[in-house]
Structure formats: C-alpha cells, structure tokens
Design a protein. Structure first.
Length: 288
C-alpha cells in the first residue's frame, strides 16, 4: 500500500492489569496483547497512528484504563486518540465521569458504551441514556456505536434525537455475514447514513463472517454498500485488533480491504485509510 494507515479501532490489554470478563474462556484472546505484539502483527505495514478503543473492562477499571493508555501514549506516540467508557445510562450523573475523562488529557476523543449485549434492542432510547449521550457534545466528545444489526432502528432514532453529537458506527453494525443476510441491514444502514453526524468504521467485518472459511466475496457486498451510502468522506479503516484474530490476521484484513477498494480514486483511498480518521477523531494532521 502507498498510503499511511491510521487505525481507527485498536485494542490493547493485559487481563492481569484490568479485569475483562468477556475474555474468560477464550484461549486465543485471554492473554496479553500489548504494543510490542501489535508491532509484530503489523510488521511491514505503515501504521502511522492509532485510536485506542475501550476494551469493555469491568466498569470499576474504566477510568484507570483511560489513564493507563494516556500514559502508554507517552512511550508510543502513534496512540493519538482514546475512546473511553462511561455509564451514559446514568444521565446527568455521568457528568462526573466525563469531567474526569476530559481531565485525563486531550487524547480522550470520545466515549463508547457498548450496546450490543443489551437484551432490549431499544435500550439506548431510555431518556437517561439519551441525556447521557447528549452531554457528550458539551465535553467535545464523540460517541462510538457498537451494536448488532437488529439494533439499528433504535440507534437511528438515538442519532436523530442527538443532532449535536458526532457518532461513529463501529464494525458496520455487525450484519449477519455468516449467513449472507443483507436485508434489512442494507436499508437501515442507508437510513443511518442519511444523518450527517454519523461516520462509519469499516472494521470487525471478517469476525461476522465464517471465521474459518470466509472469502473476499463474502465481505464484498457489505463493504461496498457502506462505501456507497456513507460516501468517501464518512468511512474509515479499523483493524479491531486483536479481536479480529478470531477470523483474520491483521495483514489479511488490510489486503482484503485494499482489494475491495482498489477502484476508488487515490484521494478517496487516502481518506479511507487515514484522512477521515484524523478529522473525525481530531488527530494531529500530517504535512504532505
């Protein structure tokens, strides 16, 4: 590739430092994945900058997690953004957490409160949650949306209710690629994309396919649809490492996306791989 990569979705963890319950039982993931391991897995690829996204550690560790990554970034300057955790469902009370996160420093760019595990598809529409999301705009923070495809209708309404908040959709809303189901995900994504305050990460796609047998063709209609409805200015690359290792190596995912986007103009490719992430997450610009 001729483009610098800004990875808009990186995880790092040490299960002994912070309790991460969802790793229990996974021999592949329940181990240390640190900067050194990331460098090994991305050898030969020009990853120029990364945005760290919270790893859904137990809530008691959330602020410590943001503080630790900010400290880590002093030794690994490619970590240029942090998306932290906050209990947005607490409404006005979440101000105390948001103030503490902002105090961590300018690396904190946004918040992610994972919704995919909520049994109620409309969980994000409870008034206290909507209020918590609205508050993000006051603190200059964006909101990363992590959901399954069937939660899209509620999220569309959430975005409509919070027009002043910048939203980032993670993992293209996790469609059912494993079974090749496109609808109604395709219609819902198009509806969400019509809302101007949403950007979409092309990340975590292979993990929604058959982990052992997926092909480029399996992923193609989903990625092409996202590119079409969001347009070149509102899509960005995410590696979702190390979670993506369940289905793909980092290099294979980069090569897959490069293959599927080869027909884009050089400018559009540069936006996808780096420029959009720098703009959306307010990362330092690179002189050209």
């Amino acid at each position: 590739m001729d483009y610098d990569i800004v990875d808009a979705h990186l995880h790092l963890w040490d299960p002994v430092r912070f309790r991460i319950p969802w790793l229990d039982g996974s021999d592949l993931l329940n181990r240390v994945y640190d900067v050194q391991a990331f460098c090994e897995h991305t050898a030969g690829l020009n990853v120029a900058a990364m945005v760290y996204v919270q790893v859904d550690a137990a809530s008691a560790y959330a602020l410590l997690e943001a503080q630790y990554i900010a400290q880590l970034a002093t030794h690994e300057p490619r970590i240029q953004g942090i998306v932290a955790w906050a209990p947005l469902e607490d409404g006005e009370c979440v101000r105390s957490i948001l103030e503490a996160l902002v105090a961590v420093g300018p690396l904190v760019k946004g918040v992610r409160r994972i919704l995919q595990s909520e049994s109620d598809p409309a969980y994000c529409l409870q008034p206290s949650f909507v209020r918590g999301v609205e508050l993000l705009a006051e603190y200059g923070l964006s909101f990363d949306i992590c959901i399954y495809h069937y939660q899209l209708p509620a999220v569309i309404e959430l975005v409509r209710q919070c027009p002043n908040v910048a939203f980032v959709l993670d993992h293209i809303a996790k469609p059912d690629i494993r079974r090749g189901v496109l609808d109604p995900w395709r219609e819902h994504i198009a509806t969400l994309a019509r809302l101007p305050n949403v950007t979409c990460k092309i990340s975590g796609v292979a993990t929604e396919a058959d982990h052992a047998r997926w092909t480029v063709d399996d992923l193609a209609p989903y990625i092409w649809h996202v590119l079409e409805v969001f347009g070149e200015d509102r899509v960005m690359f995410g590696g979702d490492w190390p979670v993506a290792l369940l289905a793909t190596s980092y290099r294979r995912w980069v090569e897959t996306l490069a293959t599927l986007t080869a027909s884009l103009s050089p400018e559009a490719q540069r936006k996808l791989w780096s420029d959009n992430a720098r703009r959306v997450y307010r990362l330092p610009a690179v002189a050209r």
